[in-house]
Design a protein around this ligand. Structure first.
Ligand code: ATP
Ligand code: MG
Ligand code: FE
Length: 341
């Protein structure tokens, strides 16, 4: 059995065909990075218009690459929360229409849960229960995952998300958008100890994150403090590399420490980590070190399923098993998911 999944929550238009054994038959992602690059971030109105243009070709491509047709589908899945309202509506409207014409069940999926479920997709056996960390462009959320479908939010950022911090740091250093991969690449040539950036909440009892302080710190170090007469050294390639490496090390320190703290508090020995920042090689390296120190089983989403994609909506198979079919008047739930602290 196969299902078709759609994703349009932010600025990637994606479709995938996944079978009930969680094999990805096809996964097509049309990124809008170029459209938003000159604005240094996603422009919602431009995003929804691009989804409208890209979605049908992306669905066609996903179906043809999988060798399946509409008649072969057992269900239609779509991410409906959280995200940009206009963007989400494009995917949901397409999914409802497909569900109606094919007379197949519609399954609505939480995009952040799907980022975590991506960790299950290449695993040999069930990874849940587990402690989950989603580190993406809009979220830095900790979850206690009791089962494949029951995720309790136990911590989140009080300001910027980790991916957002990477993007803003990159902009300060004059690197392209989205910044994460560029920071990561240039950091390889830098000294992570060159600058000491804040590690907010690292020793705090609360399961909370904050990345606005480090953003200000890298801005002042790179570009100088407003009103200060101190000369700032030129942002040459070595200085950019040192700033990037020091920034990345500080963010990774916090992420690793917090997921360890959360796992210990909730008595979980399996950790799953998803979202765009989980693609970061230094982060993956440091998680592997933590695994060997603690004995925790650490499962990071496969590289191709870290940043936005539709394949991770395979969580829909688990929802279907529980009979969680959506009505054709289902709505989107836009915005961000934050724990009130
Ligand atoms: P959300 O899932 O919260 O709605 P999103 O879907 O925009 O946000 P993702 O697609 O999961 O986020 O991730 C994108 C983010 O991941 C960007 O901020 C990007 O800079 C970051 N990112 C991608 N690759 C890397 C990397 N190698 N190192 C660090 N950050 C990265
Ligand atoms: Mg994106
Ligand atoms: Fe995402």
């Amino acid at each position: 059995k196969v299902l078709l999944a759609l994703e349009s929550s932010c600025d990637e238009t994606a479709a995938a065909v996944i079978d009930d054994q969680l094999h990805v038959l096809s996964s097509v992602v049309a990124t809008q990075d170029e459209l938003h690059q000159r604005f240094g971030g996603v422009v919602p109105e431009i995003a929804s218009r691009a989804h409208l243009e890209n979605l049908l070709p992306v669905i066609d491509e996903a179906l043809s690459r999988s060798g399946k047709s509409l008649e072969d589908l057992s269900a239609i899945a779509v991410m409906t929360e959280p995200g940009l309202v206009g963007s989400l509506l494009v995917g949901l409207t397409a999914a409802k229409t497909l569900a109606l014409v094919t007379d197949r069940p519609l399954v609505t999926v939480n995009h952040i849960h799907a980022h975590l479920f991506a960790c299950q997709m290449d695993a040999d056996n069930d990874i849940f229960p587990a402690l989950g960390l989603v580190v993406s462009g809009g979220h830095t959320n900790l979850y206690d995952c009791r089962s494949a479908t029951e995720y309790e939010l136990i911590g989140s950022t009080i300001d910027d998300a980790a991916g957002e911090a990477f993007d803003k740091a990159a902009a300060i250093l004059g690197l392209p958008y989205p910044g994460g991969p560029f920071i990561s690449r240039i950091a390889e040539k830098g000294d992570p100890k060159a600058f000491r950036f804040p590690r907010t909440f690292i020793k705090d009892e609360r399961l909370a994150f904050s990345f606005s302080g480090i953003k200000t710190a890298i801005r002042y170090t790179a570009l100088g403090q407003p009103g200060s007469r101190e000369p700032v050294p030129d942002l040459d390639e070595q200085r950019i590399a040192d700033l990037a490496a020091s920034f990345q090390e500080a963010v990774v320190d916090v992420l690793v420490a917090k997921c360890r703290q959360a796992a210990e508090r909730y008595g979980r020995t399996t950790l799953c980590i998803g979202g765009g920042v989980a693609a970061n090689l230094r982060f993956r390296e440091r998680l592997a070190e933590m695994a060997s120190q603690t004995g925790f089983r650490i499962i990071i989403a496969p590289q191709s399923l870290c940043t936005d994609n539709a394949a991770m909506a395979a969580i829909a198979w688990k929802l279907l098993e529980e009979g969680r079919v959506a009505a054709l008047d289902a709505d989107v739930v836009p915005g961000l998911v934050r724990l009130k602290q």
